[in-house]
Design a protein around this ligand. Structure first.
Ligand SMILES: [Zn+2]
Ligand SMILES: [Zn+2]
Ligand SMILES: [Zn+2]
Length: 443
């Protein structure tokens, strides 16, 4: 081992640290991993020669666990920004099948030779540092030592790996995508919360293309760059008996169709969602047609992507508790419902509620749920649904933006009439009625 560094530069060992690039929503960023197994031409090795690993003749593959690293708070004089391992790992949360419980597991990534850069972190001691908060390093076991790597080194590796990916014409969706249970842990962040050590070029491409790649739609065989929107429109046509322009190779699934492939009942299309405070929800599924998209814009819909079929959390299955303090509530991933399937979901799973146009004389749905179920003119027009078959719309702008001078009676007499206190303080009487909107307000 060379003095002052952790890694032997001539060979790559199980346990060594390396970096690669990973996706997380619209960011392609550096990821620091500790290798847990090394395969050379499919044979497991405890170590391999660094030159052999880099040789194009071998198919080396390294499996590693994603490490949690934290930035230093450099003084204005030094300006040297480094990242220190805090002894922990980046984890994802997954629901236990058939329950609302979930478990956390460490993110494990399999990386091919070309997308690996070994790095040589420097040992350091927590107690010698005045540029970190020692409380963030409680996961360091058995003492005070960890290692650090400079931000410059990580950025150089990031740029090098991205250049290689461009050379090899690797599509953006060939990078593994990570949605950590705590979004603060990955992509690695600076002290102010902005993502650190990213490929700005790749991230701009991701944002522009929304990770899109051309896919052949299994229903109509068209080449499509945005399956979520395209299949959403097939689903909307099926819901309204609106004829397709061409005959479909396969019809849209009859029961709760998947928003990416339009099929029903495929186990890989089960979808979970994590909603935390006002953050954009993170969702997870394994449908082979899935792709990332900008949740915030898809919720609103636009001329180019009119379908607003996105995974949502059913507020009847998973109500947001009143009086929550959004920062402290632990985000758990729960089964999600595609927005266009919400009506069907409520009809089958929430027997006690009115569903406009389907079922009357029950309990009224909370306004947030109605708003989530509603269809806009935009999407129905774009899908060429004949006007007489338009699905219910719920004009929540009318309810939320009543002009102050209105002479109409308040739409919320039950909540407001008893007193003139600000709504925030009238929390005792509003528990059930005041189920908040399914979607975060700040999208
Ligand atoms: Zn299609
Ligand atoms: Zn699917
Ligand atoms: Zn539900």
């Amino acid at each position: 081992m060379s003095s002052g560094h952790i890694t032997d530069i001539n060979s790559f060992l199980v346990g060594d640290i390396f970096v690669t690039l990973l996706r997380s929503s619209q960011t392609l960023s550096i990821a620091v991993l500790r290798s847990t197994s090394i395969f050379l031409n499919n044979v497991s090795h405890a170590s391999i020669n660094a030159t052999i690993m880099k040789s194009a003749r071998t198919t080396a593959k390294v499996i590693g666990q994603l490490l949690a690293i934290l930035p230093t708070h450099p003084s204005p004089e030094s300006l040297q920004l480094s990242f220190l391992w805090n002894g922990g790992y980046v984890k994802v949360r997954s629901t236990i099948q058939g329950t609302t419980d979930s478990t956390e597991r460490v993110v494990t990534i399999s990386t091919t030779r070309s997308m690996i850069e070994p790095i040589n972190p420097e040992p350091t001691f927590i107690w010698l540092r005045d540029d970190i908060n020692a409380d963030d390093f409680t996961e360091i076991k058995g003492g005070q030592s960890t290692w650090q790597v400079s931000a410059d080194t990580l950025q150089a590796a990031c740029d090098l790996l991205w250049a290689k990916a461009v050379d090899m014409k690797s599509p953006l969706n060939s990078f593994s995508s990570v949605s950590p249970s705590d979004p603060k842990n990955f992509p690695y962040r600076l002290a102010d919360g902005t993502p650190a050590v990213i490929s700005t070029e790749a991230s701009a491409l991701l944002a522009a293309s929304e990770g899109a790649h051309i896919t052949v739609c299994p229903l109509c065989e068209a080449s499509v760059s945005d399956m979520c929107c395209h299949v959403g429109m097939h689903i909307l046509r099926a819901m309204t008996n609106t004829p397709e322009n061409m005959s479909l190779k396969e019809p849209v699934g009859a029961v709760l169709p998947c928003g990416f492939c339009g099929h029903s009942g495929m186990p890989q299309c089960a979808i979970t969602i994590t909603v935390q405070g006002d953050a954009v929800p993170a969702w997870e599924m394994k449908c082979i047609y899935k792709h990332i998209f900008r949740y915030g814009s898809a919720v609103i819909g636009s001329k180019n992507t009119p379908s607003r079929n996105v995974p949502v959390k059913c507020e009847l299955c998973h109500p947001t508790l009143p009086g929550r303090t959004s920062r402290k509530v632990q985000a758990i991933s729960v089964d999600a419902v595609w927005r266009y399937n919400l009506t069907e979901h409520i009809l089958t799973d929430h027997d006690e509620y009115v569903v406009p146009g389907h079922r009357e004389t029950r309990v009224a749905l909370p306004s947030g749920v109605l708003a989530t179920m509603a269809f806009l003119e935009l999407e129905q027009k774009a899908t060429h649904v004949p006007k007489e078959r338009w699905l219910t719309s719920y004009d929540h702008t009318e309810k939320e933006n009543i002009p102050a001078s209105t002479s109409r009676p308040s739409k919320r007499p039950a909540l407001n009439s008893a007193n003139s206190m600000p709504i925030k303080r009238a929390h005792t009487s509003v528990q059930v009625l005041h189920t908040s909107s399914t979607l975060p307000e700040l999208l």
